[in-house]
Design a protein around this ligand. Structure first.
Ligand SMILES: C[S@@+](CC[C@H](N)C(=O)[O-])C[C@H]1O[C@@H](n2cnc3c(N)ncnc32)[C@H](O)[C@@H]1O
Length: 299
């Protein structure tokens, strides 16, 4: 799921929001698809990865230690504030795991026993410049919590461009529209319906496909690639109360923006949900779907 699942706020996605969700994202990821990707990359000596909508590098932090190899990552995002936090986030992560770390202005070198990675990043509005990306060298095109922000036209182009360049693709944590609270409230379904309608607003790529984005991408990619999908639901229990509260604070206003007549219902829902979170009586599943595409082997 991409801020407030992810009803993108006008100011974009904050580094604090991305940090708040990172643990839940990493716990949620579909292990079967991760392993299939690891297997697919095994014969490659040098792995070239292009990441779209990279934020502060969460997807790199998840995948790089698991992929092994010598890796070259190029990360793209249109938000200079997020990219400017990259070096510090990667330095902290390397310190935490005992990985070697070297940095200059736009790149970082990570050295560990079982993998090493050169990471560079560039500011880029992906809405209009997808086909200018250097995919000819890339083995893998990846992204996390991105597809649900994008439109049918953009997803079709992404699939076509990845097929053209024989790139594998892994797009994870695509919000799929299913939200289940415990204990349930009578008004949960109304809130989720308003949220899912709000997801379809234009996030800069044209009218967003929101919860349908992963299936549309899968359909377009499967014209040529073997495509696998798997659940990557957020399971938010008592260890994730801050994230649960952030969702309540984001979803309420998004629901009102979608239908202002729902304001009294939404206000009551927010009050009840906030009370449950404060009393540690709240847990939540947020549905996501991961999509892996593997190109046909070239003989
Ligand atoms: C939900 S965040 C996910 C960030 C990161 N992938 C993660 O998992 O932490 C979506 C990301 O897409 C980026 N983004 C949104 N629209 C974009 C555009 N038109 N071009 C490039 N990046 C964009 C945002 O700046 C943000 O970093």
């Amino acid at each position: 799921m991409s801020d407030t699942t992810d009803a993108q706020p006008p100011e974009g996605f904050s580094a604090d929001w991305l940090a708040l969700r990172e643990d839940a994202d990493h716990r949620a990821r579909n292990l079967q698809l991760t392993h299939q990707l690891i297997e697919w990359t095994e014969p490659l000596d040098n792995l070239h990865v292009v990441e779209l909508g990279a934020g502060t590098g969460s997807n790199f932090r998840y995948l790089s230690p698991r992929l092994g190899h010598a890796q070259h990552w190029t990360l793209y995002d249109n938000d200079p504030l997020l990219l400017s936090a990259m070096t510090q986030r990667l330095r902290g992560w390397c310190d935490q795991h005992g990985y070697g770390f070297r940095a200059d202005a736009y790149s970082v070198q990570v050295d560990a026993e079982h993998f090493n990675a050169q990471v560079t990043w560039q500011q880029c509005d992906l809405a209009n410049s997808l086909t200018t990306l250097p995919l000819a060298e890339a083995h893998l095109v990846t992204g996390s919590a991105l597809l649900d922000l994008t439109s049918a036209a953009w997803l079709e182009l992404l699939a076509r461009y990845c097929i053209f360049h024989h790139c594998a693709t892994l797009f994870v944590l695509n919000y799929n529209g299913h939200v289940q609270w415990h204990e349930p409230l009578r008004t949960d379904a109304q809130i989720t319906n308003l949220l899912n309608a709000h997801q379809l607003k234009d996030k800069g790529f044209g009218p967003a496909l929101g919860p349908q984005a992963h299936a549309f991408f899968e359909e377009n990619l499967s014209i040529r690639h073997r495509v696998f999908t798997g659940d990557s639901h957020w399971q938010l229990d008592h260890e994730s109360l801050d994230l649960q509260q952030a969702l309540v604070n984001g979803w309420g206003p998004a629901a009102i923006e979608q239908d202002s007549t729902a304001q009294p219902m939404v206000a009551e829902w927010m009050e009840q949900r906030t009370a449950a979170v404060t009393e540690k009586q709240s847990s939540l599943q947020v549905g996501h779907t991961d999509v892996l595409g593997l190109p046909p082997s070239q003989l």
